[in-house]
Design a binder for this molecule. Structure first.
Ligand code: NAP
Length: 326
C-alpha cells in the first residue's frame, strides 16, 4: 500500500503528479491552521507532510503516530520542534540554495529603496505633489562605496555581500558564528565582533537564522551602537530583532531608516507604526516570493519528501535521524 502524505503547500500539477507516482496525496490548499478539522482527521494516517508556514508542535506530532518525514518549503525551520522530531525519528527537510539569490535580491531591494527613499518619493509622485525639482529635504544617500555589515554570513549573507562588493563597490564587514576565510578572499570581507560591525557599517543587514541564541539579538543597545545615518535591513526573521527597540530607534533618529521583510508578528498588525513611518520600507515577507523560486523550492521539497519516504537520504536533511531504509 502506498504511503500517505498531506500537502498544504503550493504545489503545481506536475509536482502533485510526481508525488502521486510514489505516495497517496491529500491536499489542503490554503490551510491556515493545524486545527483545521479535516487536517486533524487526516494526521493519524499521514507518513509525510509538505508545506510551509504551519506551526508544527509536539502535540500535533502526538496526533500523527505514523509520520516519517516533513518537507518544509522554506530554508528556515524555526517553527519546527527539531528535538521532538529527532526523538521520534521524523526526518525534517528544508530547501536551502534554491532561494538564496532571490532572497539576496530582496535584501538589496530594501537597501536601495531605503537609501534612496524610493517608496516615499514614489508616493509623492502618486499624490500629485511633485511640483518642483526635488531638493535636499528629499535627497537620499549613496549605496555604492559604502560599508555593508552582514550579521550572519551564510548562503544568503554571502549573496547579499557579493551584490554589495562586486556590484556596488562596497566594503563588506561580517559577524558570524564561524570565520569565512574563502569569502574574505573572494570579497575582501572582514570579520568583526558584532559591536564593532554595528559601529562601522552604513548598512546593517541581518541574515542569521532564528534560534534561542539569536532571538532579540538586535535591541536597544545594538541600535545605540549604530551610526545615526545607518540603514538597518532585516531579511532573516522578525524575532531576531526587538521590534519595540527598532521603532524607538527610528522615532528617536538613532538610525536613519529601515528596510524590513520580516516582523515579530506576521502578518503585521494594523496597529504597528512601522508601515506608516516614512523612513521604513516594509514588505510582506516576500524574500523568496518569485514564480521561479517558489516553484524551485516546492520542487526541492517534493524531491526531498519522496527520497525520505523511500528510506533514502534526502538532499537536505536538517536533523540527524537514522534512515529507515527500504
Ligand atoms: P545559512 O547558510 O545557514 O546561514 C546562516 C548563517 O548564520 C551561518 O553562516 C551561521 O554561522 C550564522 N549563525 C547562526 N547562528 C549564529 C549566531 N548565533 N551568531 C552569529 N552567526 C550565526 O542560512 P541561509 O540560507 O543564509 O538563511 C538564513 C536565514 O534567512 C534562514 O534561517 C531564514 O530564517 C532566513 N530567510 C528569510 C527569507 C525571507 O523570506 N525573508 C528567505 C530565506 C531565508 P555558521 O556558518 O558558522 O554556521
Amino acid at each position: 500500500m502506498k504511503k500517505r502524505i498531506l500537502a498544504y503547500g503550493r504545489l503545481n500539477d506536475e509536482q502533485l503528479a510526481q508525488l502521486g507516482q510514489d505516495v497517496e496525496v491529500q491536499t489542503f490548499p490554503g490551510l491556515a491552521s493545524a486545527d483545521d478539522p479535516a487536517f486533524r482527521a487526516a494526521l493519524p494516517h499521514a507518513h509525510g507532510l509538505i508545506g510551509a508556514g504551519l506551526a508544527i508542535t509536539p502535540e500535533l506530532l502526538d496526533a500523527a503516530p505514523r509520520l516519517e518525514a516533513i518537507a518544509t518549503i522554506s530554508v528556515g525551520y524555526d517553527n519546527y520542534p527539531v528535538e521532538a522530531l529527532t526523538r521520534r525519528g521524523i526526518l525534517l527537510c528544508n530547501t536551502p540554495d534554491v532561494l538564496t539569490e532571490t532572497t539576496a535580491d530582496t535584501g538589496f531591494l530594501l537597501i536601495m529603496a531605503a537609501a534612496r527613499r524610493a517608496l516615499e518619493l514614489a508616493d509623492l509622485v502618486k499624490r500629485g505633489d511633485w511640483n518642483a525639482g526635488i531638493g535636499p529635504e528629499h535627497f537620499g544617500s549613496d549605496v555604492h562605496g559604502k560599508t555593508l555589515g552582514l550579521i550572519g554570513f551564510g548562503r544568503i549573507g554571502a549573496a547579499v555581500a557579493r551584490r554589495g562588493a562586486l556590484g556596488f563597490g562596497m566594503r563588506v564587514l561580517y559577524s558570524n558564528a564561524s570565520p569565512k576565510p574563502e569569502l574574505e578572499r573572494e570579497l575582501g570581507a572582514e570579520r568583526r565582533e558584532m559591536d564593532r560591525l554595528l559601529a562601522e557599517s552604513d548598512f546593517v543587514c541581518v541574515t542569521v537564522p532564528l534560534t534561542p541564541e539569536t532571538e532579540h539579538l538586535i535591541g536597544e543597545r545594538e541600535f545605540a551602537l549604530m551610526k545615526p545615518s545607518a540603514i538597518f535591513v532585516n531579511i532573516a526573521r522578525g524575532k531576531v530583532v526587538n521590534e519595540a527597540a527598532l521603532i524607538e530607534a527610528l522615532e528617536m533618529g538613532r538610525i536613519r531608516a529601515a528596510g524590513l521583510d520580516v516582523f515579530e508578528q506576521e502578518p503585521l498588525s494594523p496597529e504597528s507604526p512601522l508601515p506608516h513611518m516614512t523612513n521604513v520600507v516594509a514588505l510582506p515577507h516576500i524574500g523568496s516570493a518569485t514564480h521561479e523560486t517558489r516553484t524551485a523550492m516546492a520542487q526541492r521539497a517534493v524531491d526531498n519528501l519522496i527520497l525520505a519516504l523511500k528510506g533514502e537520504r534526502p538532499i537536505d536533511l536538517v536533523n540527524d535521524v537514522a534512515l529507515r531504509g527500504g
